[in-house]
Write a protein that binds this ligand. Sequence first.
Ligand SMILES: Nc1ncnc2c1ncn2[C@@H]1O[C@H](COP(=O)(O)OP(=O)(O)OP(=O)(O)O)[C@@H](O)[C@H]1O
Ligand SMILES: [Mg+2]
Length: 605
Amino acid sequence: MFERLRSWFTEPAGTPALIRRMLSENAARYRHRYIAAFWLMGLSAACTAVAAYLVRNFVNETYLQRNFSAVVMLGFVTVGLFAIKGASIYGQMLILARINARIVADNQRRMFDKLMNEGMGFFADRHSSEFIARLTTGANAVTTVLNMLILAIGRDMLTLIFLAIVMVLQDPLLFVIGVVGVPPAMLVMRKLVRRIRVIARSQFTGGTHMLEAMQEALQGIRIVKAFTLEDEMRKRFEATVSEVQHETFKMARVANRTSPLMEMLAGTAIAMALVYAGHRVIHGGAAAGEFVSFLAAFAFAFEPAKRLVRFNIDLNSSLVGARVLYELIDSPPSEPIEDAGPPLVLRPAARIEFSDVRFAYRPGEPVIRGMSFVADPGKITALVGPSGGGKSTVLSLLLRFYDIESGTILVDGHDVSRLSRRALRRQIGYVGQHVHLFRGSIRDNIAFGKVGASDEEIAAAAKAAHAHDFIMGFPGGYATPVGEHGLQLSGGQRQRIAIARALIKDAPVILLDEATAALDSESEQQVQDAMAHLCEGRTTLVVAHRLHTIMHADRILVVEGGTVVETGRHDELLRKGGRYATFYRVQLKGPVPPREPVAAVALSG
Ligand SMILES: Nc1ncnc2c1ncn2[C@@H]1O[C@H](COP(=O)(O)OP(=O)(O)OP(=O)(O)O)[C@@H](O)[C@H]1O
Ligand SMILES: [Mg+2]
């Protein structure tokens, strides 16, 4: 028994432990304001109690003394009492609302900071909508719970205590009769709490699924429309909606099971009190004032008492949100932002070396199997090979998105696994295979490559990426907004902005993953020229599918099955007649060269 009680208090997800944590982490800082709110609650509770007490004077002045001016006097006093009560309620609500807004903001910041300290692996198996749900539910839940707590103690408990005093003053025995219903009510509540917790958790999960379905449908709206998947999406969404609806009903059923019981108990208590009081007035000759005053106090006490008995239930349904928040905040950050180390300064052109690198995204499924190669400083090294061979993974490892299992990756002689991730990434300009633009203007998007870049620098980078002309073609120029994911731009335009963003960084190492894939031959040629110029004095790794874009690379690595199967210059590899030569022949003379069929479809269509 004692053990159980102790575990209840120490178990981190247990209710008291959770509340203690909220109080110390979130509420303690605002204790002065809470105390002020508390005083105001005491004031309003006292007003209620005094009003109930005065009922006795009302009744006795009316029926016994028949003193009208005293009754009018009492009327004025009552108005005054309620005015004070109103003002203090206004004050306490205002104070609480301000505290709440701050606590919500604090928690939102903490949660976002935590997310920024997570690595790629953390996000791979989670849906982004989960974080949205956690951010909204979690951050608000803490204030809901704290509010419930403070209102339960400050408002309901104080009101009850004051009213109990009034009842005892009027008739102690009557008071005892009045509260017989409380212990059985408390017992029933305890049984319901566990179920409530479970339902609240599945309600939250259901809500997350709903967000997920919505977000996926909207993000993929182009595919949804093109494949006429509207009905399919509606079905998916419908399933999640009914899940949530079902849980909501269940919650309502269980949580409100208390009402009939409460009313029954209250009715019994009132009836008993009435009978006893009637007996006292009729047979004992007691004054009516005490009795009516008692009834008034009892009536005022009913609502707060009901709320207090239900308190544990409401608390537990809100605590789920707090758990959800702390789960996220408490897990150790998978990629803490470590800026403590000395800043990394690479020489203008850095040598990159992979030696016998092994890596797997999932244990037991190796993706890079003993890869070794050297990318010479100031030279262009190209990675080619079949899809899924591991080319993009090589770039991810260079950026230290993931840590390798064995082997070493050296950048300018530094072992990547020992460098601070941020220091390393600051030295790398990167254009990913999937271009991502942020909501904002084109200027902002390029400037993300170099915080505080001047307009001249931005224009220079855009010119180098052959983006300047099309940008100036927009009425808004560089101020043109690009919208969520940059959807207002063409694929090639997005890509050129991404290239400009990488170029403006002026980093010694440049990684380009299919950076010219969405360009037409002419722009591609232009970007190639610009890049050839810009890559001077930098170490560049490019991944390309179209081989003619890398014909002039200083070294070509053919990556297949997670290793380098061939190395050399374009003509060397052709002469060798190996894998590269086969690729090249297929691309050059194959029955389906990459560009022409599109034109053919366009012509015949
Ligand atoms: N985040 C990930 N989690 C698990 N497996 C992954 C992940 N990313 C890639 N893979 C797997 O790793 C292998 C190599 O992928 P990678 O993206 O490096 O190929 P790639 O050579 O760039 O191909 P492509 O030319 O199609 O871009 C693939 O088999 C892929 O299924
Ligand atoms: Mg790739």
